[in-house]
Design a protein around this ligand. Structure first.
Ligand code: DGJ
Length: 729
């Protein structure tokens, strides 16, 4: 039983984790966690929030500080690290499980904690000797990024199978004073649509049952006060590291706080743990910042960067792509593609990615998936001549694949219809004319591994674009059970197997654009294809949402054709390129259709990107808005940054608003230069003297002025961009 007034003491000169008889305290850079031990029961969640001071923390035990309310169990049942149903906790349960309908209550009574102060981590072992289960919770607060990672494992210690209907990956406490939740919905060609809602007394819930991460519901959110802004205010954020079905709920508790559950969404009967078996839930990354939405984004960027596994342990400068999809679609002609590769090398492209359309009978999206051999009609000598040409030109050769899929019109399906996920007695449901292979069958995984391994072994392929172009339906396995979870794990395993055999190959995660963007697949891949929509106006919104959770170097961003294929809108090449250079740059058009002037312009943007990619990809990102029509984004660090200012629309005010720049240090002076300005149309608005100077040697401003007074902007036309370069002197 905790003391009435407990103490958690330690050496107060260090940021060390503190463990006393009653409490465990973990400190991050800007946040702290406090758990209260609970005589045998699961530790209680007492605190997640702003950094508490080092040293002794004096606080009262929860039991001593609140009376038992009327019509309630005679002992307090507060929010624990893992609340469960049936023994006095009436809110959402972290676990719902039974043994053939019996043993439906879980209550952890045999719990222990083991702390690892060096790693700022904690392993909590929660045992229930009656339900015969054990839950292991691994909690780590990374001091460098302030990101809390939670790992959860469930073990069936009983003699009968355990049917798990729900298992949270993490249960997080939220303080009472935060009122809003911000999250993202979307669809193909319109990913990361932001929403902000007030939290109410009803449960807030987002569920995804599409079988992969989905365009519709990013598996994460932010909870904040209404006053939180891009760079100020308390924001809590979490994301699930998982590429399958998911659910998150936020629910008000009796003490005014809220609990936030994130986990997998399980189909009926999907998860049955046999006696002695253990399952690992998807991981959760969570973070708190008082530096607003950008603060949590920067923390996530740090955490994702730490989890990435790059060939040879290090990210190479992100190579400029040319992706053939919107240039030729399925119309592959060796001569034309060779000419395209030649033109690409000429303007500075560094990786040529041959998209869909290269394999057997793949003349449209109705046939061929599963038959991973070059189409001899299009490539009489295989892909080698093209791949060799690309490599001779100094570029890398990348190839598109969609291994998880099969077209009914394919040799593979004709030979093995039973390899597709299905439900006996039900007509298969195709989407984009394709079905989904059951990757958990070892013969399927072996077949796909062999096919991809052969391609990678026999040709100089150093990059795969790994696509997944449909949601899962009738996703039953050979045993008739739901396969969503197994399919996700099997996809990870297959990618891992290929990477182990081909250590230098980088992989891009794509699912009709941004249908599989999450921290789970980020551990296996190296880039996301953010969206099939490369319209710069749409992209600005999509990319700002992406950057809330993922760092810019993973954000595939291409310069497409005008009019844009997805939206039909036209934009200047400068505007298209100015939006794409903020991510991992690529080109998604037939550059041979550009005139000499456009070709030169694109070449100069590629050179711009190469000059600045180190700064664009390795530092922090800040995002902001000004007036009704300006959005801006800065990349770098406090001493040296690039600032992209986009004007979306004519402003109604006569003068553009000044930008308050949070990345400027109050005590420094900055030389600020305009390194690019592209007004749309051929009637540039009148310029002022200052901007002429800034286009040349630059102008010097106090950091405090830039922070609080603001940077003046030149007149801008709609859909144009000005790029500033700022350096502390
Ligand atoms: C969907 C992807 O998002 C596109 O970039 C392209 O690779 C097509 N699939 C090819 O079918």
């Amino acid at each position: 039983m905790p003391l009435l007034c407990g103490r958690a003491t330690s050496d107060n000169t260090r940021d060390k984790m503190i463990e006393s008889e009653d409490f465990i305290v973990l400190h991050g850079r800007e946040s702290s966690l406090v758990f209260e031990k609970s005589s045998g029961g699961a530790p209680l969640w007492r605190y997640w929030g702003p950094r508490l001071p080092n040293g002794e923390l004096k606080l009262a035990s929860l039991e001593s500080s609140r009376p038992v309310p009327s019509f309630s169990p005679d002992r307090n049942i507060p929010l624990s690290v893992f609340p469960t149903f049936g023994a006095g906790w009436f809110n959402q349960s972290g676990l719902l499980a039974s043994r053939a309908g019996r043993s439906f209550v879980q209550d952890f009574t045999a719990c222990s904690a083991s702390a690892d102060p060096d790693n700022n981590s904690l392993r909590l072992t929660l045992g229930d000797d009656v339900a015969k289960i054990r839950l292991l919770l691994d909690i780590e607060l990374d001091r460098a990024t302030d990101v809390l990672s939670v790992g959860t494992q469930l073990e069936n210690m009983g003699d009968d199978p355990l049917d798990v209907q729900r298992l949270a990956s993490a249960v997080l406490p939220l303080p009472a004073h935060l009122e809003t939740v911000r999250y993202y919905t979307g669809r193909h060609n319109k990913e990361f649509v932001p929403h902000q809602e007030n939290l109410a007394s009803s449960v807030w819930c987002r569920e995804n049952r599409r079988g992969l991460t989905s365009h519709d519901s990013f598996p994460g959110a932010m909870v904040a006060s209404k006053r939180a802004q891009n760079q100020a205010g308390e924001v809590y954020a979490a994301q699930l590291a998982w590429s399958g079905n998911h659910v998150q709920t936020i629910e008000a508790l009796d003490d005014g706080r809220r609990q936030w559950h994130l986990g997998e969404w399980l189909a009926p009967g999907e998860l049955r743990l046999s006696p002695g078996a253990t399952m690992t839930a998807p991981g959760v990354l969570a973070t708190f910042s008082t530096r607003g939405y950008d603060g949590v984004a920067q923390n996530f960027h740090g955490a994702i960067r730490k989890r990435m596994t790059w060939p040879r342990g290090r990210m190479k400068p992100r190579r400029v792509h040319l992706n053939t999809w919107e240039a030729v679609y399925f119309d592959h002609d060796l001569e034309a593609l060779t000419a395209l590769a030649d033109a690409a090398a000429e303007i500075g492209v560094e990786r040529f990615v041959l998209d869909d359309g290269w394999f057997k009978n793949r003349n449209d999206d109705r046939a061929g998936l599963g038959d991973w051999e070059p189409d001899i009609g299009k490539y009489p000598d295989g892909l080698r001549p093209l791949a060799d040409f690309v490599v001779e030109k100094g570029m890398e050769f990348g190839l598109w694949v969609e291994p998880e899929m099969v077209n009914p019109d394919s040799d593979l399906y004709r030979a093995h219809p039973e390899w597709a996920l299905s439900i006996t007695g039900r007509e298969p449901i195709t989407a984009r004319n394709q079905l989904v292979l059951d990757l958990s069958r070892h013969e399927v995984a072996d077949y796909l591994f062999t096919k991809i391994d052969t391609l990678l072994t026999t040709m100089p392929i150093s990059y795969l674009k790994w696509d997944h172009n449909r949601d899962l339906t009738l996703a039953g396995g050979a045993d008739g059970r739901a396969m969503y979870r197994k399919q996700t794990l099997a996809a990870y395993k297959l990618i891992d197997r290929i990477r182990t055999a081909h250590r230098d190959v980088e992989i891009e995660a794509c699912a009709g654009g941004g249908g599989r963007i999450d921290a789970g697949i980020a551990e296996y891949t190296h880039r996301f294809w953010t969206s099939d929509n490369v319209d710069p106006v749409s992209r600005l919104g999509i990319q700002r949402g992406f950057l809330q959770f993922m760092p810019p170097e993973l954000m595939g961003a291409h310069v497409g054709a005008s009019p844009c294929h997805a939206t039909g809108r036209s934009h200047s090449l400068d505007f298209r390129a100015s939006v794409a250079v903020c991510g991992h740059l690529g080109v998604e058009l037939d550059i041979q259709t550009l005139d000499a002037e456009e070709n030169k312009t694109l070449k100069s943007w590629i050179a711009f990107y190469k000059r600045h990619r180190e700064r664009l990809h390795k530092g922090s990102v800040w995002r902001g808005e000004a007036g009704e029509a300006i959005v801006w984004q800065a990349h770098g660090d406090e001493n040296h940054w690039l600032l992209f200012v986009y004007c979306m629309e004519q402003t109604s005010s006569r003068f553009p608003p000044a930008l308050l720049l949070p990345m400027a240090k109050g005590e420094a002076d900055y030389r600020v230069q305009i390194i690019h300005a592209s007004n749309a149309g051929d009637r540039p608005p009148p310029d002022a003297r200052l901007f002429e100077q800034m286009r040349g040697v630059g102008a010097v401003f106090s950091g405090s002025w830039l922070r609080h007074g603001g940077l003046s902007l030149p007149a801008m036309t709609a859909e144009s961009c000005v790029i500033f370069h700022g350096k502390a002197q």
